[in-house]
Design a protein around this ligand. Structure first.
Ligand SMILES: Cc1ncc(COP(=O)(O)O)c(C=O)c1O
Length: 443
């Protein structure tokens, strides 16, 4: 069969039929648009479950592990339910994410709460719901959490988030492990040790582990190994010299996916196998018990399983400057290009076999020059009415969506071979108006 010249994730659920139409889990792209409208975010269920299973791959060396899905990548109640079915816990950073995880049936024990600016109400809710672990991120939070926990009359399992001083190679907006970061307690300078000592003064806080996160869309394992090394040294120090009976080490997720042909292919199972091997060896050499290893993948679980379908509404050719194709979505459903000039693979969904012989820039519908989905990508001739597929849009797109220009957010469809169901319905104008209120004096 003729090969499509377009780059897209080579998943069994994504194919091209002999007429050149994109097929998602065996469904023609146009039929999905007909049933669910445009634009549409499709999440490929089998691929998503396969990715979950890769992360849940049993560790060698008898290492104990627990996986949390980083829900910031994409969360709806249904996504939480699916993650729970696959045996993952959920990492949350806000009241909304916490409530969604719980509504999806995730047991509170399997919820882990992050955040560099948790307010009292969020802490109270987390403690009241008995979430499994709260990751302490700053000094102010220690006293605030201790008061909340004391008032509830329980002991709360906590982690301390450590900034290990590792700067992986990725966009600076998604680097988090370097000294100059808003997150966590820096190892260098002794703030992490100070935080641990302060937590240990509160008997209602049970320090069970340490956490770090070095960044997102990181396409190599070695920076994670380097971070694990620094974390293990500190872990052993906290256990042996500060007397805290730690048992868990969270290495924070962050591995990347292939947005372009030249990106390295990461594999969850081999990535974790390398980390497990490193941890087991380190612990053996230093005579400490292996901690339970936690990880919090987001993008690598759901990123490649998402495809966003748009309809071209207009085109504009500016001779020797640029060709624009404007679609019925944009930065409101995928702000990644506007934020970091992140490029997704894109292709004309009805003409996947046509030669890409022209440069196109795909613009969104908002009144903002920066509302672009991509600049200068090779595609065939485009016209109003064409369908465009943006690939690998499962992570950090819809979850970052906005209503700028009062644009309604698209539906999110969970699609299997023989079944489909909405994870989120399309917003309506009524939804948008429902939050408004008009002060008396304006009536
Ligand atoms: C604390 C924390 N954990 C996990 C993640 C998930 O990272 P990723 O989606 O890159 O796996 C993030 C993302 O930035 C994060 O900040």
């Amino acid at each position: 069969m003729e090969q499509s010249p377009y780059f897209f994730p080579r998943l069994p659920e994504i194919s091209v039929n002999p007429d050149g139409e994109l097929m998602l889990a065996g469904h023609p792209a146009h039929s999905l648009m007909e049933r669910h409208g445009s634009p549409l975010v499709v999440i490929l269920e089998d691929a998503l479950r396969r990715n979950c299973q890769a992360w849940m791959h049993p560790a060698a060396n008898g290492i104990r592990f627990r996986m949390y899905y980083a829900s910031k990548a994409l969360l709806t109640t249904g996504v939480a339910a699916l993650m729970h079915q696959e045996g993952l816990g959920i990492d949350v950073v806000s009241m909304g994410e916490m409530a969604t995880a719980l509504a999806g049936g995730v047991p509170p024990e399997m919820v882990l709460m992050h955040g560099n600016a948790k307010d009292r109400a969020e802490l109270e809710y987390a403690v009241e719901q008995r979430v499994g672990r709260i990751v302490i991120d700053n000094l102010e939070e220690i006293g605030r959490l201790a008061e909340v926990v004391q008032a509830a009359g329980i002991r709360q399992k906590v982690f301390v988030r450590v900034t290990p001083g590792i700067r992986p190679s990725t966009h600076r907006y998604v680097q988090t492990g370097q000294q100059d970061s808003k997150f966590g307690f820096n190892l260098e300078g002794g703030l992490a040790e100070q935080a641990v000592l302060q937590v240990l003064r509160h008997p209602e806080l049970e320090l069970v582990g340490l956490h770090c996160h070095i960044g997102s869309q990181v396409l190599e394992t070695e920076p994670f190994v380097a971070a694990a090394g620094r974390m293990l040294e500190f872990y052993a120090h906290v256990q042996q010299e500060l007397g805290a009976p730690l048992d868990e080490l969270n290495l924070g997720g962050g591995i990347g996916i292939r947005y372009k042909d030249s990106d390295a292919q990461m594999d969850a199972a081999s990535h974790m196998a390398r980390l497990y091997e490193f941890v087991a060896k380190w612990c053996g050499e230093h005579g400490i018990d292996c901690p339970l290893i936690c990880d919090e993948p987001g993008r690598s679980i759901i990123g490649e399983t998402g495809v966003t379908l748009y309809t071209v509404q207009s085109t504009k050719r500016i001779e020797e400057v640029r060709n624009y194709a404007s679609v019925d979505g944009g930065m409101t459903d995928n702000p990644r290009f506007a934020l970091y000039e992140a490029r997704h693979p894109v292709a004309p969904a009805m003409r996947m076999l046509d030669r890409p012989d022209q440069l196109w820039s795909v613009s969104g519908k908002c009144c903002e020059t920066g509302d672009m989905l991509i600049h200068d990508v090779e595609m065939c001739e485009l016209h109003a009415g064409d369908l465009l597929a943006f690939f690998s849009t499962g992570a950090y797109t819809w979850s970052m969506a906005s209503n700028y220009n009062r644009v309604a957010r698209p539906a999110v469809l969970l699609l299997g071979k023989d079944r489909e169901g909405l994870l989120a319905r399309r917003e309506t104008v009524e939804d948008l108006l429902s939050l408004d209120s008009v002060p008396d004096w304006l009536r």
